[in-house]
Design a protein around this ligand. Structure first.
Ligand SMILES: Cc1cc2nc3c(=O)[nH]c(=O)nc-3n(C[C@H](O)[C@H](O)[C@H](O)COP(=O)(O)OP(=O)(O)OC[C@H]3O[C@@H](n4cnc5c(N)ncnc54)[C@H](O)[C@@H]3O)c2cc1C
Length: 309
């Protein structure tokens, strides 16, 4: 057995929220075989298995997880012509930079989204009008119960705003992604990456103890869309209004519970100001949902994943 299984591993340092208790069992899987092996051990121990990538979109409960946490660490990648084949555990920004160095691009606006490419594909991560869904041609995944390996074509992944087949079907673990990129000028690509990250920093979207946007942008009633469009002088995309705008309108910008705050710069970020517990975050999230529902009749839905067993 090649697996290095550990017990009572603190998970907070492995998440961007820096919140939560330990994993009862923890394993770093570097290959499909190691994932299969880890799942088999979890089954032997009658433990639920939970997979984790970069930890940038999850909230770990304060009491930890009485589970077998499988950290997806498949980090090999190769470039062949304009095709990039990457293990699901590759850091997204690293891949964007490497592709750019090789004169390939098209996805530079995704630079700075923390986490792995596997996590990004699962949630169809996006920024500044670009979504990851437009790049994969093939996604390889492993079924956590049957150990079946299947290759999904892009059209079979049911991609939509912050959604994919893999979000609805968590028994599938993404292991490998094949991406087609465009030929791009190397210097222009690198500049675009730097500008994108600088813009994210300017908007306080980077380097905070949070999980990014806590709620998805909801589809809103026509009258709310009209207020948004008039106030901001821009069209709402797909009938959605920004959750951060609603949170501010509902008077919840800057609202706090314990060490958790609805960010003053970006109210849809719930930020751990220091010492926040998962309970604080969840309580604040409930208060925000309540106010938005009361004032606009809109039910916000979490984008961040609260891990449970
Ligand atoms: C400061 C900050 C800024 C952010 N900005 C953005 C942004 O601009 N746009 C955006 O879309 N998101 C943003 N996010 C959220 C987050 O970075 C993305 O959702 C990211 O794609 C999550 O990837 P991850 O590897 O960290 O996933 P994790 O947080 O580890 O996991 C998220 C979910 O995906 C599942 N998962 C992870 N790996 C796999 C896999 N291989 N197969 C199947 N399921 C898997 C996990 O089980 C979990 O349910 C931001 C987060 C932070 C902290």
């Amino acid at each position: 057995m090649t697996l290095q299984m550990q017990e009572n591993v603190p998970l907070a340092p492995l998440t961007t929220f820096k919140i939560g208790g330990p994993a009862k069992y923890f394993v770093e899987a570097h290959s499909e075989d190691e994932i299969k092996e880890a799942l088999a051990v979890a089954r032997d121990k009658s433990m639920p298995a939970i997979r984790m990538g970069g930890g940038s979109n999850v909230l770990v409960p304060d009491e930890g997880l009485n589970a077998f946490v499988v950290f997806i660490s498949l980090t090999d990648f190769k470039l062949n012509g304009n095709v990039l084949e990457a293990g699901a555990g590759c850091n997204l920004l690293t891949l964007i930079k490497e592709a750019s160095q090789a004169g390939l691009g098209g996805w530079e606006k995704l630079a700075g989204i923390p986490g792995t490419i596997g996590g990004a594909v699962r949630g169809n991560a996006g920024a500044f009008g670009t979504e990851i869904k437009d790049f994969p041609v093939k996604i390889r995944a492993l079924h956590s119960v049957t150990a079946e390996i299947k290759e999904f074509q892009n059209a079979g992944c049911d991609f939509a705003y912050r959604h994919s087949f893999f979000k609805d079907n968590p028994e599938w673990i993404i292991t490998n992604i094949t991406i087609e990129l465009q030929t791009a000028n190397r210097e222009d690509g690198i500049r675009l990456i730097e500008e994108t990250i600088a813009e994210r920093e300017r908007r306080h979207l980077q380097n905070v103890q949070a999980a990014g946007s806590y709620f998805m942008n909801p589809v809103a009633p026509a009258e709310v869309v009209a207020i948004f469009e008039k106030e901001k002088g821009m069209k709402a995309r797909e009938g959605r209004v920004p959750a951060g705008w609603l949170i501010e309108k509902a008077g919840m910008k800057g609202a706090k519970v314990g060490g958790a705050i609805a960010s003053l710069q970006h109210p849809n970020y719930i930020v751990n100001e220091g010492g926040a517990t998962a309970r604080d975050v969840k309580e604040l999230a409930e208060k925000i949902k309540h106010e938005v529902r009361q004032q606009f009749g809109i039910q916000l839905a979490e984008e961040a994943v609260v891990l449970v067993v």
